[in-house]
Design a protein around this ligand. Structure first.
Ligand code: NAI
Ligand code: MG
Length: 351
């Protein structure tokens, strides 16, 4: 019997609703070609729902998805609602309740594209971002609101378990790739959590003699990311540093519209979530201008996770092929609409 995968689909807002159908069309074709089944469970969990019902998702939303095999997300966010509401009302609860403590973000200089920095001719790296603790924490508060003596306190949480497991994932990945791992730190300025991060990472590193570990201060790392992105293979970083670095790398490699992201529960106790790095792009939404590559590549990471590795490789080579032939959407300097680009990818599948 064919493998059957149940996938919760949250297209979300803005261009999420344009790039999601584009990716699903291609994945459906791949499932027919490769002989597996995809069952899509569409969820209208978006900003419209929030404006109507006062919540991004139902109270038991997490429970509804818990028997699924994966979650496929477009993007959420609209100018009418504060961004912390859309983020903390949907994505952050999913990441935390499903223990998706790894956020894996590949960056590659795709064929046919030029890096935004002169002299850079290859980029192929993975950012491993800690995804459930660190700087994005609920611990803290605000008092004396609006008064001159107002105070805001935001605590960063780093646990040995949390740092150990993200470091282990990154060392394993580096060992399978070129054996080089860079750890993002700021132990000169942030004097409690970052030396702790460094110690735990180095401790895990002692178990991986085949991997060369380099600790780099985040400010210098950002500059090196712009000037010498080819010098990285795997980068492990805290929640905030990893978030910023992955946007930086994807911008250097061409466009934020191509970058994918996997929120993984490596133990597979819960579904993992796959999404593009970009947001809902209200500035171009509804105009057919969105680049669907980030969503397609996220779909490839999802297929990989589900064990459909041949189909995953095929969609990547299909969009690479279209880009290599000089066809792309406007963000990459081309002239194709979302649909035209998707048609071109679709036609290459199963050929
Ligand atoms: P954004 O990624 O939506 O857009 C940044 C810029 O990149 C815009 O100029 C946009 O037109 C362009 N862009 C993004 N994706 C593109 C694509 N696929 N093709 C072509 N151009 C693309 O980030 P921004 O503007 O900071 O946020 C907009 C909304 O998205 C906000 O409400 C924000 O909270 C939300 N957001 C949601 C995320 C998620 O759902 N995971 C992630 C990031 C932002
Ligand atoms: Mg981000």
């Amino acid at each position: 019997m064919a493998n059957r995968h149940i996938i919760d689909v949250i297209a979300g807002d803005g261009i999420g609703r344009e790039v999601m159908p584009a990716a699903i069309r291609c994945l459906d074709k791949l499932s027919a070609v490769h002989g597996f089944e995809l069952e899509w469970r569409e969820r209208d969990w978006n900003s419209e729902r929030y404006l109507r019902d006062g919540a991004m998702m139902p109270k038991n939303g997490i429970e509804q998805m818990s028997d699924g095999d994966a979650i496929f997300l477009g993007a959420v966010g609209t100018p009418e609602i504060p961004d912390d509401v859309t983020l903390w009302g949907l994505l952050i609860p999913i990441r935390r309740d499903f223990m998706q403590y790894i956020n894996l973000r590949p960056t590659k200089l795709l064929p046919g594209l030029e890096a935004r920095v002169r002299g850079v001719d290859s980029i192929d790296l993975m950012v491993v971002r800690e995804n459930v603790e660190g700087e994005y924490s609920e611990v803290g508060g605000r008092v004396y609101r609006g008064r001159p003596e107002e105070i805001a306190i935001q605590e960063a949480i780093f646990t040995r378990t949390g740092v150990d497991r993200v470091a282990r994932f990154a060392f394993d990945l580096a060992a399978r790739r070129t054996g080089r791992l860079v750890s993002a730190t700021k132990s000169n300025g942030i004097i409690h959590s970052m030396p702790f991060w460094d110690e735990v990472v180095a401790g895990v590193g002692a178990e991986y003699p085949q991997v060369e570990l380099e600790s780099v201060l985040i400010d210098a790392l950002a500059a090196r990311g712009v000037l010498h992105p080819s010098s990285f293979d795997v980068v492990v970083a805290s929640n905030l540093f990893g978030d910023i670095l992955s946007d930086l790398f994807s911008a250097v490699a061409g466009s934020i519209g191509i970058a994918p992201s996997a929120n993984l529960n490596p133990e597979r106790e819960f579904p993992s979530l796959f999404e593009p790095v970009h947001g809902s792009a209200p500035d171009i939404a509804g105009k057919g201008l969105a680049n669907p590559v980030g969503q397609m590549w996220a779909g490839a990471m999802m297929l990989d996770h589900l064990g459909e590795t041949a189909a995953a490789a095929e969609i990547i080579s299909a969009f690479e092929g279209v880009l290599a032939s000089g066809n792309s959407t406007r963000d990459l300097g081309g002239s194709l609409s979302t649909d035209d680009f998707t048609d071109a990818v679709f036609d290459r599948l199963g050929a």
